[in-house]
Design a binder for this molecule. Structure first.
Ligand code: 6PG
Length: 231
């Protein structure tokens, strides 16, 4: 359904996505941050370890998680702890995996937690080659969730049962920051830019910033497009 949605927010073309992300976090100084998974996120978090951020003031959440033990190499929490959390010791880490004994129970508990807390200050999201973000996968029922802030999910293509925030949770966030790096992401980014209804294109929040490197942006890219807000 082309044309239904288009890139929301500001697209910034940056030489190094991880560097730009660490600078943005330091600049924004959020009191709460929701972390992502994947390789781009790992590169960002390794730089966050030395970024000038008052971590003792910051509450850490997760935007999605794979249903694996935290010490598993595929755990988003495990990756973030190794990359920077264990070193910077934030005020509190709200584990998604640790929120319950089953994915459904953990999702319900994490939903309650997000409702009790102020809106998330900054949510970090990646972009999959198929246009997914967090664990909002193409064709997943989670895309149509309007009430719950966190759901258990999973599909045949991506490993493990998952927990993911929904569009409803993202819409409450103050700032969503996408980091997109590498030529393998260009098609997915173009799909978002050109109005194709991929999961990442449906994300709405008070502010949305896309940090995109040259390889992902592509040669034809003519610089940032700012989405005019209001009528
Ligand atoms: C996950 C992520 C996922 C990720 C993208 C991009 O848990 O898998 O949250 O949404 O951000 O798949 O991952 P890469 O940076 O590794 O390409």
């Amino acid at each position: 359904m082309a044309g239904a949605v288009s890139l929301t927010g500001e697209e910034r073309r940056v030489p190094d996505v991880a560097q730009a992300f660490a600078e943005l976090v330091a600049e924004e100084g959020p009191l709460s941050i929701a972390l992502s998974g994947g390789g781009t996120a790992r590169a960002c978090y390794e730089l966050l370890a030395t970024a000038p951020v008052e971590w003792e003031e910051v509450e850490v959440f997760f935007g999605d998680e794979r249903w694996v033990p935290i010490h598993d190499p595929d755990s988003n929490e495990g990756m973030a702890r190794i990359a920077f959390l264990d070193e910077v010791e934030p005020r509190v880490i709200h584990s998604m995996k640790g929120a319950g004994d089953t994915p459904a129970e953990a999702a319900a508990r994490y939903d309650e937690l997000l409702r009790e807390e102020p809106p998330l200050g900054l949510v970090h999201l990646g972009l999959g080659p198929d246009g997914h973000t967090a664990s909002l996968f193409p064709g997943s029922p989670a895309l149509d969730e309007r009430e719950r802030l966190v759901v258990a999910t999973g599909d045949g293509q991506h490993p493990y049962e998952r927990l993911t925030v929904t569009y409803a949770a993202l819409a409450r966030a103050s700032l969503v920051v996408f980091t997109v790096a590498g030529a393998e992401k260009r098609a997915a980014l173009d799909a978002v830019r050109n109005g194709h209804d991929v999961p990442a294109a449906r994300v709405r929040a008070r502010r949305v910033v896309w940090l995109v490197d040259e390889a992902a942006a592509g040669p034809a890219y003519r610089g940032p497009r700012r989405r005019r807000s209001g009528p």
